[in-house]
Design a protein around this ligand. Structure first.
Ligand SMILES: Nc1ncnc2c1ncn2[C@@H]1O[C@H](COP(=O)(O)OP(=O)(O)OP(=O)(O)O)[C@@H](O)[C@H]1O
Ligand SMILES: [Mg+2]
Length: 329
């Protein structure tokens, strides 16, 4: 049983001239080593493949793996997260995490919200604009939250993400349209408590493993879970497991969204309350960060008494259901 590893290594792209912001979603050497160690502890043989270009070359040369552990975020195009899974589908090689349909859809937050809303999952009213002219259709109440439509890791989000009036909305949109060269999502501001829900499994076997409240300290520079706050979470964020009715409500909404979208194996769903305490779906992370120290999903499962090895084992177990020759863990 040989497991290939596909990933986008930050250092490789930085060496090739990309900026820190452009590679913010990519992985560190530490993340890859952590996965390799867990696979070794689970008695699997693993092999580093690398990014989509290295995968393409390896496939063309005739290489095969029983399963690919895929955490590639991709660099180019709206379907960038879907490219590696699509390639692996073409070569009939099973892989971890979601399929191209899910990864292409969920990278687009506005499209995902349309689907989610259709499934009866509560999500804040919104508008997606491609240019400032599209603000002619703006009919939301201020304040609103403004962010890139297709990014992760808090990219393009910070202290200046809230617009209180049309002038500041125009300024934020101008900056985001220019910097990220993609549509901008304008949403009702959700001013209440924030939670992230860890999900393991696929379809009917999916389970919410825990709900973690994101508590940004009152003296932090920003009260938004931005890329800056995520990077400096140790001094600025407390993570607390939710309990009781709130935990149950978060789990119910998240599982409904997870199953409706067809997400697989493992991920996180981010939720936030509005000013009346009503929970809203913000976004789904079907390729969740899995650095064994810093990523939200590992932090969440540790709080539930799991080890990193058990998390990787659960991901493999779920993915193995799609293998013709299933292995036993
Ligand atoms: N409508 C909103 N109202 C208030 N805050 C919001 C809203 N949307 C997003 N946020 C804040 O911005 C943060 C990042 O938003 P979001 O999860 O969409 O971005 P992301 O970059 O995809 O995050 P991730 O790191 O989880 O991939 C949220 O965790 C939340 O704190
Ligand atoms: Mg998020």
């Amino acid at each position: 049983m040989k497991i290939g590893l596909t990933y986008d290594l930050k250092s490789v792209y930085l060496k090739n001239g990309y900026t820190e912001d452009e590679v913010a979603e990519f992985d560190s050497e530490e993340t890859i080593t952590g996965i390799e160690q867990a696979l070794k502890d689970l008695r699997f043989v693993s092999e580093r493949i690398g990014n989509i270009k290295e995968l393409t070359a390896a496939l063309v040369s005739g290489k095969k793996w029983d399963l690919v552990f895929n955490i590639c975020e991709g660099m180019f195009g709206q379907g960038r997260e879907a490219q590696v899974p699509a390639l692996l589908d073409a070569y009939q090689i099973p892989y971890t995490f979601s399929d191209p349909l899910v990864l292409a859809l969920t990278l687009n937050k506005g499209m995902t919200k349309r689907v989610i809303r259709d499934c009866g999952v509560p999500t804040a009213p919104f508008l997606v604009i491609e240019s400032l002219q599209d603000l002619a259709d703006f009919d939301l109440k201020f304040p609103v939250f403004v962010k890139p439509n297709s990014e992760g890791s808090g990219k393009g989000i910070g202290a200046n993400s809230v617009a209180e009036n049309l002038e500041s909305l125009k300024n934020i949109c101008t900056k985001l349209l220019y910097t990220y060269n993609q549509p901008v999502l304008i949403e009702k501001l959700l001013s209440g408590r924030e939670f992230t829900v860890g999900i393991l499994g696929t379809g009917k076997k999916a389970e919410a493993v825990g709900v973690m409240e994101i508590l940004i300290k009152s003296d932090a520079e920003e009260q938004t879970y931005s890329s800056f706050i995520k990077q400096h979470y140790q001094e600025r964020v407390d993570y607390k497991l939710a309990e009781g009715e709130i935990e149950e409500n978060c789990k119910t909404i998240s599982l409904k969204a997870w199953k409706a979208l067809g997400c697989r194996d493992a991920g996180r769903i981010d939720l936030k309350m509005d000013e009346n305490g009503i929970l809203n779906f913000i976004e789904v992370n079907p390729l969740p960060g899995i650095n064994f120290i810093h990523s939200d999903l590992p932090i969440l499962v540790y709080k539930q008494g799991w080890s990193y090895k058990q998390l990787i084992e659960a991901i493999l177990h779920s993915a193995s259901e799609r293998m013709i020759n299933k292995f036993s863990l």
